[in-house]
Design a protein around this ligand. Structure first.
Ligand code: CTP
Ligand code: MG
Length: 552
């Protein structure tokens, strides 16, 4: 039969087979490979923190001669990895093979001589390269590319996506363009490690760990850096060593509550970061929030930082999100795409307010994936039932137990494509009974709302809390309206085929790229009138036509 087909048909047939394999078998092979090489977040963090402890951050000139620079540093020990990046000037991150190399580097590092100002003599691993014989040639760093820490502009992204072959490919490309890079991830751990050096002045056994989108697998370049000051290394050792029937204990200051302790620790560390932390600017202590924190900008990395303490439940929910993202590659792709779509549509914002947060949005995607038939991911209760004795975790009375051994998790064979899932996501939330129901990823089923907030998403661990309590009715209505609009748009804007007569229009927005264009939804009527969304109108069709024409 293949012989009789002719070359053209054979190619078409093979392409179909290829698409089928990518869709069905490809997903499963990729899935198996990813799960085989899967590390728990705990293991990833330990490895990254160790790398960070052996690293230094050096501000240097873009005309620095890379070879000479490396030769100079190598005299202090083997360099395991290094890279350059731009953020308020050129910087280098250098990871030595051993910690002793950092100590050796410190021995030759001097205190700057400044004539008109005075210095806070706090020494850290944030250094400046003074380069006496700068080479005249510009960009000596060209041997190694200087890594960008920002994403491409949205217009550029829309154009790039329009050139892709399929919507699945668009979703994969978007994730690749926006996800955290290896370098950005290293830099995040290095900033944690630099801050740990400040906190360690008081608490030598402490660690500072990143949580939230920096490590849950769903972080986009430029996302904030959430950090958690972990003092468990101090309180963990509580077995009494009895010798001759005697033991010793430390005298310690008491406070009224855990919260009061957290507040006093953050007050002092926040003050130190403000007064002594090189590169830390705009420090704000937000101690009366439900979760007290210190917010500041770390200039050499360009990160907006939130430092919290005693926030172990958030660390657990980060682990849970990470696990879901590792179970099936479609989870990360879909969460990423929905997060980017929501940002482009103004559903989420970098400013805190009554909008849906990225965390809430992620839980909404997970819930949707649990509701597929068959489900793509298990419920939190199912993950808890698979847990072994070592996984048991109860934090402040909340059961945060779930399985840590990924190989124990059996997934069902759902072969839906990314395109199908994204379209179904919009459909699902276009018609979800937000008025009556609460989203619950513990059960994988909607539950009756226990309170009146417009959007109710149960916190998976602190089950009496609503993670989207901040969201008001207007923002929820907008979310639903944009889901409806996107659902319609994606049906209308299939990939243009040459036969459709759209000549020279390869880059007209279609599929995912049409969903990233600013929304036309504005028809939410207020002031006593019933809220209502105006269905897809001619206005949208005209807009799309004009965009297509523009690109011709
Ligand atoms: N968190 C939580 N309950 C909330 C809000 C946040 O448990 N009501 C935890 C989640 O683990 C979340 C982390 O705190 O991932 C950080 O919160 P946030 O910075 O708001 O979300 P990110 O996931 O980091 O997303 P973004 O990229 O917007 O920072
Ligand atoms: Mg965050």
């Amino acid at each position: 039969r293949l012989h009789m087909m002719g070359r053209g048909n054979l190619v078409k047939c093979l392409q179909k087979v290829d698409t089928f394999l990518i869709r069905n078998i490809g997903t499963n092979v990729a899935l198996q490979e990813e799960r085989d090489g899967c590390k728990s977040l705990y293991a990833v963090q330990a490895e990254r923190l160790d790398q960070a402890e052996r690293s230094v951050l050096i501000s240097c000139n873009s005309r620095t001669n890379e070879k000479k620079f490396l030769k100079f540093l190598s005299t202090h020990g083997n360099i395991k990895k290094y890279f350059f990046y731009e953020s308020y000037g050129t910087h280098a991150v250098v990871e030595f093979a051993n910690r002793e190399s950092v100590a050796s580097l410190f021995e030759i590092t001097t205190i700057p001589s400044i004539s008109h100002e005075s210095l806070v003599p706090f020494k850290s691993r944030l250094l400046t390269l003074r380069n006496l014989g700068l080479d005249n040639l510009p960009n000596q760093l060209s041997g190694q590319q200087s890594h960008s820490q920002t994403t491409i502009p949205i217009n550029q992204l829309i154009q790039n996506l329009s050139g892709e072959e399929s919507m699945d490919q668009q979703i994969i490309s978007l994730t690749k363009a926006f996800q955290l890079t290896e370098e950005n991830s290293r830099l995040r751990f290095l900033v944690c490690s630099l801050l740990k050096d400040i906190a360690a002045a008081f608490f030598p056994e402490c660690t500072i760990k990143p949580f939230g989108s920096s490590v849950n697998g769903f972080g986009k370049l430029g996302c904030d850096l959430d950090m958690f000051l972990d003092l468990d290394g101090i309180s963990g050792r509580d077995t009494k060593l009895l010798k001759l029937g005697m033991s010793l204990e430390y005298q310690m200051k008491m406070a009224n509550s855990e919260r009061a302790v957290t507040q006093s620790i953050l007050t002092v560390i926040g003050e130190c970061v403000d007064q002594f932390g090189p590169g830390c600017v705009g420090v704000q202590k937000i101690l009366n929030a439900r979760c007290p924190l210190v917010r500041f900008a770390h200039q050499p990395s360009g990160f907006q930082c939130d430092l919290t303490a005693n926030n172990r439940v958030a660390m657990k929910s980060t682990e849970l999100l990470y696990l879901y993202g590792e179970l099936d590659p479609r989870v990360r792709y879909l969460v990423f795409t929905v997060r980017c779509w929501a940002r482009a549509q103004g559903i989420t914002s970098s400013i805190p307010g009554a909008w849906i947060s990225n965390f809430s949005l992620t839980v909404m995607v997970l819930f949707f994936l649990q509701k597929r038939s068959p489900p793509i991911i298990p419920t939190v209760d199912q993950l808890r039932d698979l847990a072994g004795p070592a996984d048991k975790s109860v934090i402040e009375g909340n059961d945060c137990t779930f399985v840590s051994d990924f190989s124990k998790i059996q997934l069902q064979s759902n072969t839906e494509t990314l395109e199908q899932l994204l379209c179904e996501f919009f459909e699902f939330y276009s018609t979800f009974a937000f008025k009556r129901m609460s989203i619950n990823i513990r059960k994988g089923k909607e539950q009756n709302k226990p309170e009146v907030s417009p959007l109710h998403i149960q916190n998976p661990f602190e089950t009496t809390l609503n993670i989207s309590k901040n969201v008001n009715a207007t923002q929820l209505d907008r979310f639903v309206a944009v889901c409806q609009e996107s659902s319609w748009l994606v049906q209308q804007n299939k990939k243009p085929t040459p036969s459709a007569g759209i000549k020279g229009n390869a880059f007209a927005p279609w599929g995912l790229s049409s969903l990233l264009l600013p929304s036309q939804v504005e028809g939410i009527k207020r002031k006593g009138k019933k809220r209502k969304w105006e269905p897809a109108s001619d206005r949208i069709k005209n807009l799309l036509e004009s965009l297509k024409n523009k690109n011709q």
